[in-house]
Design a protein around this ligand. Sequence first.
Ligand SMILES: Nc1nc2c(c(=O)[nH]1)N[C@H]1C(S)=C(S)[C@@H](COP(=O)(O)OP(=O)(O)OC[C@H]3O[C@@H](n4cnc5c(=O)[nH]c(N)nc54)[C@H](O)[C@@H]3O)O[C@H]1N2
Ligand SMILES: Nc1nc2c(c(=O)[nH]1)N[C@H]1C(S)=C(S)[C@@H](COP(=O)(O)OP(=O)(O)OC[C@H]3O[C@@H](n4cnc5c(=O)[nH]c(N)nc54)[C@H](O)[C@@H]3O)O[C@H]1N2
Ligand SMILES: [Mo]
Length: 659
Amino acid sequence: MAWKRSACPLNCPDSCGFLVNYTEEQGLQLKGEKEHPITQGFICSKGQALAELVFSPDRLRFPLRKEKGRFKRISWEEAYTLLTRKIQETLEQTGPLGILHHYDYAHNGALRALDQRFFQALGGMTVPEGSMCWGAGYHAQAIDFGGVYQNDWASLRQSKTIILWGKDPAVTNIHLIPHLLAAKKEEAYLIVINPTQVKSAELAQEYLRINPGTDGILALGLAHIILREGWLDWEFVRNHVHGFEEFALKAKEYEPARVSELTGISEVKMNALARRISHSGPVSFLPGYGLQRYVQGGNTLRAIDALAALTGNIGKPGAGVYYAHQDHQDHLNTVRLPEEHYQVRRFPHPLFAESIEKADPPIQMAVVTRSNPLLQQPNSLLWKEVWSKIPFKVTLELVMSETARQSDLVLPVTTIFEEEDLIVSSWNPMLQVTEKVVEPQGETKSELEIFSELAKRLGIGKKFSLTSSEWIEEIITPLHEYGITLESLHQGPVRAPYIQNVAWEDLNFKTQSGKIELSSDLALKEVGEKVASPRIEQDNENAILSAEYPYYLLTPHPRQAIHSQFQEDEGFHMFIHPELAEKFYLFPGDQALVETRQGQLLARVYVSEDIHPQAVVIPEGNTSNGVGVNQLIKGLSSDLGQSTSYYEVGCQIRKWLVD
Ligand SMILES: Nc1nc2c(c(=O)[nH]1)N[C@H]1C(S)=C(S)[C@@H](COP(=O)(O)OP(=O)(O)OC[C@H]3O[C@@H](n4cnc5c(=O)[nH]c(N)nc54)[C@H](O)[C@@H]3O)O[C@H]1N2
Ligand SMILES: Nc1nc2c(c(=O)[nH]1)N[C@H]1C(S)=C(S)[C@@H](COP(=O)(O)OP(=O)(O)OC[C@H]3O[C@@H](n4cnc5c(=O)[nH]c(N)nc54)[C@H](O)[C@@H]3O)O[C@H]1N2
Ligand SMILES: [Mo]
């Protein structure tokens, strides 16, 4: 059997190495690459589900056009003719800004960015800016360190303390678990800080239940203790930290007693944690993206970065802040065009629906790739309304997603197994070329083919003249100096030679001062404060909870699914603490109404001690009658990075009596 090499394109830090085999008798078989340092021969159910999708009846196989509310199969020739005409009309009548291109990262293939190149080559478009995902924390890393870099996963083995801070890798980053277990074997102490006693807490020696949205306050409270006790790494601070005095003044305001009251973490526990961070290093901080899905998400990460800086836990094996890395982006060529070649109008992700509603010039047509905004963006009821008013909508998809269903034209695309691509992602150090394993099913086409054909018809064919191998060659040209070629990548995953095992080992930070900037002019410009300043005064204006909506609504990522993909059932599941269940006479299996300022939905009740007593947890991605949990969530921008603050929302619940 000839197993071919592929890789997982899903929006996940693991980016597994796949081996794939296809025979008519056995269908498509998938296994994890044993030699891959992260995959280690194991792949998850989501990767398997992607393989199962290839021949599944759920798969889109033909171009579809909506006529009088119903989809009808059309030929590619009809689809291309229609789309070309709509694009030309929009360019003539409104100009390029009349085209909305919505994309995200549902597929990590480097060639998937050709969608952006297409609109850039056309002269421009309206696009989202900021992030639905990690933007606040990402931006915080850029401000503090001058870039986003992290140690190799294997470096965790050298840690003495590891803090999973608002991250649940047992659900969202499964291949991190063996590294955590290996570190524990070497005597590392694992701490989980999370409002929910998540699955990963089973591995930890200590679990700290924090009140949602208060991690920045906790970090500054810990800094307060470290400063008061003189537990800093003075030499590190003197040599590598900029703005220490200003930061120290700020940290003074975070009295442990007050911090304890706000965060729900006792002073005794805070003292112990501060001591551990300062005395039991090296310390690895693993902040997830959950704790930055708040209005103060950027400040939160800045406060955590500061703890690492004060205690000298940067630039060493076994230490550091693991947020993500931008190494591939720094080193590979991009297929995107330089900005001077096109016009662009940007609307922030969190406020996208409101912005399209008021757009001038208006949006005349929309094209969606690699995303499902009608479910995944916040404020989804407004999204639907605004979306329905856009005269012509096109979605490129694998399946009939909610966004596809609400479009005028749906174009079926190939999966990773039906084409060649390059997978590089921001957690994984590996460069992985994927091979074509099966022929495109039905009439599906690769996005490369679709955009190349449209480009030809629209007179920009010269910018789309390469084959997939040639595009990959173009992207990896900078690797030639390391002796890496497309041919060598076909032999198996290669660790990118430019990625260091230890981030910031040279302690040459890419900030203006060359040091870690606990005080930053950039931050002053963006949030009006030089140092991390998470709010401690809680007036009604900025509190998440109110008398009307007294419970936190948390919508973390689902275990067996990835966002809206591979979801098996309809309807919502809500998890609450027994105390809350008792208060509302709710029993497992009951239906409850969950309401926020934005809307309401019905969910099935699950009761668990793991949940914060004041929180309602509904994993994101599920639907009921075509709407998801984001109908309850308003689009609020984070302090840094224009990221969506999905968890900054209060709710009320009520038993739903069915007769
Ligand atoms: N199975 C699966 N894996 C995935 C995904 C998926 O949908 N399914 N999605 C992928 C993507 S795109 C991403 S961005 C990553 C996200 O990976 P993570 O960051 O690990 O996951 P999230 O679900 O966003 O949130 C993480 C945790 O934040 C906690 N949390 C919420 N509020 C707070 C708070 O105020 N403080 C603290 N300390 N914790 C808080 C939640 O309880 C949750 O456990 O996962 C990736 N992996
Ligand atoms: N309430 C709440 N909402 C959230 C979050 C949360 O924690 N809570 N998390 C947010 C985060 S972190 C993220 S990253 C976003 C994710 O938001 P999205 O990326 O919009 O989420 P998905 O549901 O994964 O939708 C991706 C769609 O792309 C399709 N697709 C897959 N591969 C391809 C391809 O190659 N080409 C094309 N054209 N389409 C493809 C899939 O079939 C799927 O329908 O959601 C955000 N929304
Ligand atoms: Mo994400």
